[in-house]
Design a protein. Structure first.
Length: 200
Protein backbone atom coordinates (compact mmCIF):
# COMPACT_ATOMS: atom_id res chain seq x y z
CA UNK A 1 0.00 0.00 0.00
CA UNK A 2 1.39 3.42 -0.88
CA UNK A 3 2.42 5.68 1.97
CA UNK A 4 1.76 9.08 0.45
CA UNK A 5 1.61 12.11 2.65
CA UNK A 6 2.14 12.32 6.36
CA UNK A 7 1.56 9.40 8.68
CA UNK A 8 -0.56 9.43 11.83
CA UNK A 9 0.28 8.85 15.45
CA UNK A 10 -1.84 6.22 17.22
CA UNK A 11 -1.88 5.91 21.00
CA UNK A 12 -3.10 2.60 22.43
CA UNK A 13 -3.53 2.38 26.21
CA UNK A 14 -5.37 0.20 28.64
CA UNK A 15 -4.95 -1.46 32.01
CA UNK A 16 -2.57 -4.35 32.59
CA UNK A 17 -4.42 -7.55 31.66
CA UNK A 18 -6.51 -5.91 28.91
CA UNK A 19 -4.55 -7.71 26.17
CA UNK A 20 -2.98 -4.60 24.58
CA UNK A 21 0.25 -6.25 23.48
CA UNK A 22 -1.53 -9.17 21.81
CA UNK A 23 -3.90 -6.82 19.98
CA UNK A 24 -1.05 -4.53 18.84
CA UNK A 25 1.04 -7.48 17.59
CA UNK A 26 -1.91 -8.77 15.54
CA UNK A 27 -2.73 -5.27 14.29
CA UNK A 28 0.81 -4.81 12.97
CA UNK A 29 0.59 -8.14 11.19
CA UNK A 30 -2.97 -8.00 9.82
CA UNK A 31 -4.07 -4.40 9.23
CA UNK A 32 -3.25 -3.18 5.70
CA UNK A 33 -2.22 0.32 6.80
CA UNK A 34 1.53 1.15 6.97
CA UNK A 35 1.68 0.58 10.74
CA UNK A 36 4.87 0.57 12.77
CA UNK A 37 5.48 0.28 16.51
CA UNK A 38 7.44 3.05 18.19
CA UNK A 39 10.46 1.65 20.02
CA UNK A 40 10.87 3.00 23.55
CA UNK A 41 14.17 4.13 25.02
CA UNK A 42 15.14 2.63 28.38
CA UNK A 43 17.95 2.70 30.90
CA UNK A 44 17.41 -0.90 31.94
CA UNK A 45 19.97 -3.45 30.69
CA UNK A 46 18.94 -5.73 27.80
CA UNK A 47 17.50 -9.10 28.72
CA UNK A 48 18.72 -12.19 26.94
CA UNK A 49 17.75 -12.09 23.27
CA UNK A 50 16.79 -8.39 23.27
CA UNK A 51 18.38 -6.25 20.57
CA UNK A 52 19.11 -2.53 20.56
CA UNK A 53 16.87 -0.79 18.04
CA UNK A 54 14.52 -3.78 17.77
CA UNK A 55 13.04 -4.30 21.24
CA UNK A 56 14.23 -1.08 22.91
CA UNK A 57 16.72 1.72 22.44
CA UNK A 58 19.08 0.88 25.29
CA UNK A 59 21.03 3.79 26.78
CA UNK A 60 22.82 4.66 29.97
CA UNK A 61 21.36 7.01 32.57
CA UNK A 62 23.60 9.94 31.55
CA UNK A 63 22.45 9.81 27.93
CA UNK A 64 18.81 9.45 28.95
CA UNK A 65 19.11 12.42 31.35
CA UNK A 66 20.77 14.54 28.66
CA UNK A 67 17.97 13.81 26.16
CA UNK A 68 15.28 14.39 28.78
CA UNK A 69 16.79 17.72 29.83
CA UNK A 70 16.95 18.74 26.16
CA UNK A 71 13.20 18.04 25.77
CA UNK A 72 13.77 15.17 23.35
CA UNK A 73 11.14 12.89 24.90
CA UNK A 74 7.44 13.08 24.07
CA UNK A 75 6.87 11.27 27.36
CA UNK A 76 9.07 9.50 29.85
CA UNK A 77 8.87 8.08 33.34
CA UNK A 78 10.77 6.17 35.96
CA UNK A 79 9.39 2.78 36.88
CA UNK A 80 9.39 2.95 40.65
CA UNK A 81 10.86 0.09 42.57
CA UNK A 82 13.26 -0.70 39.74
CA UNK A 83 14.80 2.72 39.16
CA UNK A 84 14.82 2.36 35.37
CA UNK A 85 13.55 5.05 33.00
CA UNK A 86 11.45 4.50 29.87
CA UNK A 87 10.51 7.09 27.26
CA UNK A 88 9.32 7.85 23.72
CA UNK A 89 11.75 9.90 21.64
CA UNK A 90 10.08 12.72 19.72
CA UNK A 91 12.49 12.36 16.79
CA UNK A 92 11.68 8.68 16.35
CA UNK A 93 7.96 9.43 16.09
CA UNK A 94 8.50 12.43 13.78
CA UNK A 95 10.77 10.38 11.50
CA UNK A 96 8.21 7.58 11.14
CA UNK A 97 5.39 10.05 10.43
CA UNK A 98 7.43 11.91 7.80
CA UNK A 99 7.94 8.57 5.98
CA UNK A 100 4.16 8.12 5.84
CA UNK A 101 4.10 5.47 8.57
CA UNK A 102 1.28 5.20 11.09
CA UNK A 103 3.23 5.06 14.34
CA UNK A 104 1.72 3.15 17.26
CA UNK A 105 2.60 4.14 20.82
CA UNK A 106 1.59 1.37 23.22
CA UNK A 107 1.86 3.40 26.42
CA UNK A 108 0.15 3.78 29.77
CA UNK A 109 -2.43 6.46 30.54
CA UNK A 110 0.13 8.70 32.23
CA UNK A 111 2.30 8.65 29.09
CA UNK A 112 -0.69 9.19 26.81
CA UNK A 113 -1.82 12.25 28.77
CA UNK A 114 1.72 13.67 28.58
CA UNK A 115 1.64 13.31 24.77
CA UNK A 116 -1.86 14.81 24.50
CA UNK A 117 -0.90 17.77 26.68
CA UNK A 118 1.83 18.70 24.19
CA UNK A 119 -0.72 18.95 21.34
CA UNK A 120 1.99 18.19 18.84
CA UNK A 121 1.01 15.24 16.66
CA UNK A 122 -2.83 15.13 16.71
CA UNK A 123 -2.92 11.45 17.71
CA UNK A 124 -5.72 8.93 17.23
CA UNK A 125 -6.33 7.60 20.76
CA UNK A 126 -7.66 4.14 21.62
CA UNK A 127 -8.38 2.75 25.10
CA UNK A 128 -8.61 -1.05 25.36
CA UNK A 129 -10.18 -2.76 28.36
CA UNK A 130 -11.82 -6.11 29.05
CA UNK A 131 -15.28 -4.73 29.85
CA UNK A 132 -15.13 -4.24 33.60
CA UNK A 133 -13.08 -4.61 36.75
CA UNK A 134 -14.46 -8.09 37.52
CA UNK A 135 -13.30 -9.40 34.14
CA UNK A 136 -9.93 -7.71 34.58
CA UNK A 137 -9.44 -9.30 38.00
CA UNK A 138 -10.45 -12.67 36.55
CA UNK A 139 -7.82 -12.36 33.80
CA UNK A 140 -5.06 -11.23 36.15
CA UNK A 141 -5.78 -14.13 38.52
CA UNK A 142 -5.89 -16.63 35.66
CA UNK A 143 -2.34 -15.69 34.69
CA UNK A 144 -1.19 -17.20 38.00
CA UNK A 145 2.09 -15.32 37.66
CA UNK A 146 1.75 -12.71 40.38
CA UNK A 147 1.30 -12.41 44.12
CA UNK A 148 -1.97 -11.25 45.68
CA UNK A 149 -0.25 -7.97 46.53
CA UNK A 150 0.83 -7.43 42.90
CA UNK A 151 -2.68 -8.23 41.61
CA UNK A 152 -4.24 -5.76 44.05
CA UNK A 153 -1.74 -3.07 42.99
CA UNK A 154 -2.53 -3.67 39.29
CA UNK A 155 -6.29 -3.48 39.96
CA UNK A 156 -5.85 -0.23 41.87
CA UNK A 157 -3.84 1.24 38.97
CA UNK A 158 -6.44 -0.03 36.46
CA UNK A 159 -9.26 1.63 38.39
CA UNK A 160 -7.37 4.94 38.33
CA UNK A 161 -6.65 4.54 34.58
CA UNK A 162 -10.29 3.80 33.73
CA UNK A 163 -11.17 7.27 35.05
CA UNK A 164 -9.35 8.76 32.04
CA UNK A 165 -11.36 6.84 29.46
CA UNK A 166 -13.11 10.09 28.46
CA UNK A 167 -9.76 11.52 27.25
CA UNK A 168 -9.60 8.88 24.48
CA UNK A 169 -11.45 9.08 21.16
CA UNK A 170 -12.21 5.36 20.94
CA UNK A 171 -13.09 2.68 23.47
CA UNK A 172 -12.49 -0.95 22.53
CA UNK A 173 -13.78 -3.76 24.75
CA UNK A 174 -11.45 -6.71 24.23
CA UNK A 175 -13.85 -9.67 24.58
CA UNK A 176 -12.28 -11.29 21.55
CA UNK A 177 -8.86 -10.44 20.12
CA UNK A 178 -10.12 -11.07 16.56
CA UNK A 179 -12.98 -8.59 17.01
CA UNK A 180 -10.80 -5.99 18.78
CA UNK A 181 -8.16 -6.12 16.01
CA UNK A 182 -10.83 -5.82 13.29
CA UNK A 183 -12.52 -2.89 15.08
CA UNK A 184 -9.28 -0.94 15.55
CA UNK A 185 -8.14 -1.60 11.98
CA UNK A 186 -11.52 -0.38 10.69
CA UNK A 187 -11.55 2.79 12.78
CA UNK A 188 -8.02 3.60 11.54
CA UNK A 189 -9.15 3.08 7.93
CA UNK A 190 -12.13 5.36 8.61
CA UNK A 191 -9.71 8.02 9.84
CA UNK A 192 -7.70 7.61 6.64
CA UNK A 193 -10.85 8.13 4.57
CA UNK A 194 -11.59 11.34 6.50
CA UNK A 195 -8.03 12.63 6.13
CA UNK A 196 -6.61 11.10 2.94
CA UNK A 197 -3.51 13.31 3.11
CA UNK A 198 -3.24 13.43 6.88
CA UNK A 199 -1.07 16.19 8.24
CA UNK A 200 0.02 15.94 11.85
Amino acid sequence: MGSSGQGRLIIISGPSGAGKSTVVRRLLRECELPLTLSISATTRPPREGELHGVHYLFMDQDEFDRLRDAGEFLECKEVFGLGYWYGTLRQQVASGLSQGRWVILEIDVQGALAVLDQQEFDPITVFIHPGGMEELEHRLRNRETESEEAICARLETALAEMRYLHRYQYEIINDSVDVAVAEICQLLKDQKEKHPCSKS
